[in-house]
Design a protein around this ligand. Structure first.
Ligand SMILES: NC(=O)c1ccc[n+]([C@@H]2O[C@H](COP(=O)([O-])OP(=O)(O)OC[C@H]3O[C@@H](n4cnc5c(N)ncnc54)[C@H](OP(=O)(O)O)[C@@H]3O)[C@@H](O)[C@H]2O)c1
Length: 252
C-alpha cells in the first residue's frame, strides 16, 4: 500500500505541538507525517520502538519539523506512567496544542458468548481507559495552549452496535460519549476543542483482521483524507466542538 501523505504546503500547524498515539503504523503513521509536513512538532507515541524510529526518520527525511519519540504500551501503562508522559512534555515544551487519540486494537471478531474475558479487559484498557488516562494527565498542558484540540478516533460500530464487534465496539461507543462529555465540560472557560473522527474503511492491520477475505487493495489510502485531520487539529476548526466527523469513502 502506498502510504506517503500529501504534504500540505501552507504550514498551517506551524508552532503547534501535537501528540499522536499509535504513530508507528497505519492511519497514525500517515497522520504523524502529515501533521509534521504541515508544520507541527509531533510527539510519536506507540508501543513498538523500531516502528516509531522509522516514522521519526521519515519525518526527518521530509525536511519538515522534528519529531519526538515516546514509547508507551497503552495496555500496561499505569496512571503514574501517564503523569510521567505529562512531565516530559511539560519539561520540553511547557504546553500541548493537540492530542490525537488514534491507537486501538481490534482483538478479533467473536460472538459475546465466546468472548475471552482477559481479551475483553485488554481491549477496553487500550481503547477506552488509556485515552481517558492520557487525556486526564495532559489536560493541564492542553489548558496552557493558546488554542488546543483533542481528536478522538471513533468507528461506525461505536455509533450503532453490530454483531461480533464486542469490546472494540463498546470501547468506541464509550469514546464517543467521553468526547461529548469533555467537549461539554471544556466548551466554556477553556480554549480546548474536542471532536471525534471516523475514518473510512482503510487498508490497515485492523481492517485486515476484521475482513481477512476482502480485497484490501481497493480500499482507501489514509493520505486521501488527511486534510480532515489537519483541519480538526488546526486553527481553522476553532468553532467545531463535540462533533463526530465521518469521512465518506470516495471511489479510488
Ligand atoms: N482502518 C479502518 O478501516 C478504520 C476504520 C474506522 C476506525 N479506525 C480507527 O483508526 C485508528 C487507527 O487504526 P488503524 O486502522 O490505523 O490500525 P493499525 O494499523 O492496527 O494501527 C493501530 C496503531 O495503534 C497502536 N497500538 C495498538 N495497541 C497499542 C498499545 N497497547 N500501546 C500503544 N500503541 C498501540 C499500534 O502500535 P503497533 O504498531 O506497535 O502495533 C498501531 O500503531 C483506530 O482507532 C481504529 O479503531 C480504523
Amino acid at each position: 500500500m502506498h502510504m506517503s501523505p500529501t504534504v500540505p504546503t501552507n504550514n498551517v500547524l506551524h508552532d503547534r505541538v501535537i501528540l499522536v498515539t499509535g504513530a508507528g503504523e497505519g492511519i497514525g503513521k500517515v497522520a504523524a507525517k502529515t501533521l509534521a509536513a504541515a508544520g507541527a512538532t509531533v510527539i510519536l507515541l506507540g508501543r513498538t520502538l523500531n516502528k516509531l524510529e522509522k516514522v521519526y526518520d521519515e519525518i526527518e527525511a521530509q525536511g519538515s519539523t522534528h519529531a519526538i519519540i515516546l514509547p508507551l504500551d497503552l495496555k500496561g501503562a499505569r496512571p503514574e506512567d501517564y503523569q510521567q508522559v505529562s512531565a516530559l512534555i511539560e519539561a520540553q515544551f511547557g504546553r500541548l496544542d493537540g492530542l490525537l487519540h488514534n491507537a486501538a486494537v481490534l482483538g478479533g471478531l467473536s460472538p459475546i458468548e465466546l468472548q475471552e474475558v482477559k481479551k475483553w479487559y485488554d481491549i477496553i484498557q487500550t481503547n477506552l481507559h488509556a485515552p481517558f488516562l492520557l487525556t486526564q494527565a495532559l489536560l493541564p498542558l492542553l489548558k496552557k495552549s493558546a488554542d488546543a484540540r483533542i481528536l478522538f478516533t471513533a468507528d461506525t460500530v461505536g455509533i450503532k452496535g453490530q454483531a461480533y464487534w464486542g469490546a472494540y465496539g463498546v470501547a468506541k461507543a464509550g469514546i464517543i460519549n467521553f468526547m461529548q462529555i469533555l467537549a461539554d465540560e471544556l466548551e466554556a472557560g477553556t480554549r480546548i476543542r474536542v471532536n471525534a473522527i471516523i475514518p473510512p474503511p482503510t487498508a490497515t492491520r485492523i481492517r485486515k483482521q476484521a475482513y481477512p477475505a476482502i480485497l484490501h487493495e481497493a480500499l482507501q489510502d489514509p493520505s486521501v483524507y488527511m486534510k480532515e485531520y489537519v483541519y480538526l487539529l488546526g486553527p481553522e476548526s476553532k468553532a467545531v466542538n463535540g462533533e463526530i466527523i465521518t469521512i465518506k469513502e470516495t471511489a479510488k
